[in-house]
Design a binder for this molecule. Structure first.
Ligand SMILES: C[S@@+](CC[C@H](N)C(=O)[O-])C[C@H]1O[C@@H](n2cnc3c(N)ncnc32)[C@H](O)[C@@H]1O
Length: 221
C-alpha cells in the first residue's frame, strides 16, 4: 500500500507501508532533491549538453526539477529514468510539486512525464527530453554513455541488493570516464562498494536534516 504524505517543506512524498520507507526525506522532498541532484549534481557539470541516468523515477520529482533547470539554464538535458514499479496513476493529481514550482507550465510537464511511453523519447520542453525505461537498474542495457547518475533507490536497509558493488560495476558501463554519481546516501559499506566498482568517493554535507551525502567520480574499471 502506497500513501500520499506531506514533508517538512510542504512538498508531497509517498510512504510505502510494506517497506516502511518514504520516497523522499521527511524534512522536505523538494529541498532534498534540489540539494542532492541539482546543486551537488547538475551544477557540477560545465557542459551545455548533459545526459542523465536516474535510478528510481518514483514520483518524477527529480525529472520535473531537472526539466525546469534545463529551461532556466538553457542547457540541453537528455534524461533517462529507470522505474520497474511506476506509482499508481491515481496518486499523480495529489502530488503538489508542480504547484510549488512557480512555473505555470509545471503541471503540464509533470503530466507529460508520467504519461510518457516506455523507451520513446518524449520532448517536454525546448531543452529537455525524457526516455522512460520500465526496467530494473540491474537489468538496464544501453548503447549510450551518461555524464551523471542520479542514484535515488530506496535505502540500503530497505533494498540492500541495490547498493552492492555489482550494481555499480554494471551501471559504470554506461558512464563516461569522469562522470559522476550523486545520491542522498552516505552509508559506509555503500561507499566501499563504490570504490570497489572504480569510483572515487567524496563526502558532502547533506540537505537539511541529513549530515552527509555522496558524490562519486567514475575513474574506470
Ligand atoms: C526513493 S524512491 C524514488 C524517488 C524518486 N526519484 C522520486 O523523486 O520520487 C525509489 C524508487 O526506486 C524504484 N525501484 C525499486 N527497485 C528498483 C530497481 N531494481 N531498479 C530501479 N528502480 C527501482 C522504486 O519503485 C521507487 O520508485
Amino acid at each position: 500500500m502506497i500513501k500520499h504524505i506531506s514533508t517538512g517543506d510542504g512538498s508531497s512524498s509517498l510512504f510505502v507501508e510494506e517497506l516502511n520507507e518514504t520516497y523522499h526525506s521527511i524534512h522536505g522532498a523538494i529541498q532534498e532533491s534540489e540539494h542532492v541532484f541539482l546543486k551537488e549534481g547538475l551544477d557540477q557539470l560545465e557542459s551545455d549538453s548533459i545526459s542523465v541516468l536516474e535510478v528510481g523515477m518514483g514520483t518524477g520529482l527529480n525529472v520535473l526539477l531537472s526539466c525546469k533547470y534545463a529551461l532556466q539554464r538553457k542547457k540541453t538535458i537528455n534524461f533517462t529514468t529507470l522505474e520497474p514499479f511506476p506509482i499508481p496513476e491515481g496518486l499523480i493529481p495529489e502530488i503538489n510539486f508542480p504547484e510549488l514550482m512557480d512555473d505555470s507550465s509545471a503541471r503540464t510537464w509533470f503530466n507529460q512525464i508520467h504519461a510518457s511511453q516506455e523507451e520513446s523519447l518524449t520532448r517536454i520542453n525546448d531543452y529537455f527530453s525524457l526516455n522512460k525505461v520500465l526496467k530494473k537498474a540491474e537489468e538496464f542495457q544501453s548503447e549510450q554513455k551518461f555524464d551523471i547518475i542520479f542514484y535515488d533507490a530506496f535505502g540500503p536497509h530497505a533494498q540492500p541488493e541495490l547498493w552492492e558493488a555489482s550494481v555499480f560495476k554494471h551501471l559504470s558501463k554506461f558512464m563516461n570516464l569522469g562522470g559522476i554519481l550523486v545520491t542522498y546516501c552516505a552509508q559506509g559499506q555503500f561507499k566501499r562498494n563504490l570504490r570497489e566498482a572504480g569510483f572515487e568517493v567524496t563526502r558532502l554535507p547533506g540537505p537539511p536534516g541529513k549530515r552527509e551525502m555522496t558524490r562519486a567520480y567514475f575513474k574506470g574499471a
